[in-house]
Design a protein around this ligand. Sequence first.
Ligand SMILES: C[S@@+](CC[C@H](N)C(=O)[O-])C[C@H]1O[C@@H](n2cnc3c(N)ncnc32)[C@H](O)[C@@H]1O
Length: 243
Amino acid sequence: MIPRYFIVAERDHDIQNPLSAEKLRLLGERLRLGPETRVLDVASGRGGPALLLARELGCSVEGIEIAPEFHAVAVERAQAAGLAERVTFRLGDASQEELGEGWDVALCLGASFVWGGLAGTLDALEPVVRPGGHVVVGEPFWRKLPLPEDYDERGEPFTTLEGTVAILETGSLRCVSVIASSEDDFDRYETLHWRAVEEWLAENGDDPGAAEIHEWHGRAKRTYLRHGRDHLGWALFVGWKAG
Ligand SMILES: C[S@@+](CC[C@H](N)C(=O)[O-])C[C@H]1O[C@@H](n2cnc3c(N)ncnc32)[C@H](O)[C@@H]1O
């Protein structure tokens, strides 16, 4: 189960990553998605990426999501958009679910922790994609090293941009595109947390979890402003499984 902080902090996010709708569309074009394409979206969240790709490029998408709160929103949004036939969502832990096989594309945007990091995620997703298909991971990387001594995220298992591509290419996948986030993408993603949490705290000050959420919020905000904005990058890495 994911920490409750994220359920509160991401209640207004359409896309739950430092990623714009425009860059997702670009990803869909790079992948040559179309009405014949089947996409698996692991950790599909509130359904933003799946719905955008289906709406703009006509593909079918199946999402898997562990948080019931996010899953319910995704299902509702697919119905409201008239896309429920082409975009479906399963509630479950992706590391335990049957992932199927022969997918044209497998996406894992911002959730490689499901398999303990990038290498484990690639090991899980490469086999479920058909030869000639793609595995796409949305992954953080360090823009600048060394990291400051007082940076809370020092323990995170990320590497440089070059190091991330090297991990992607360890097996049979070849990295054929990188689409990186801008400062604007990061500011949107991070500060939408701030607005959601501040509004939630104002409405729910007597909730038993309020103090913990307040504390988490303060730490995340400080970390982003002090070091995260300079040191942390995020990108979509596209791996092609040569046919
Ligand atoms: C950073 S969000 C990204 C959501 C979505 N991919 C997007 O870009 O909008 C990470 C998501 O992973 C989900 N998640 C965490 N562990 C999971 C698991 N074991 N199986 C499926 N989903 C998981 C979280 O609930 C959350 O929705």
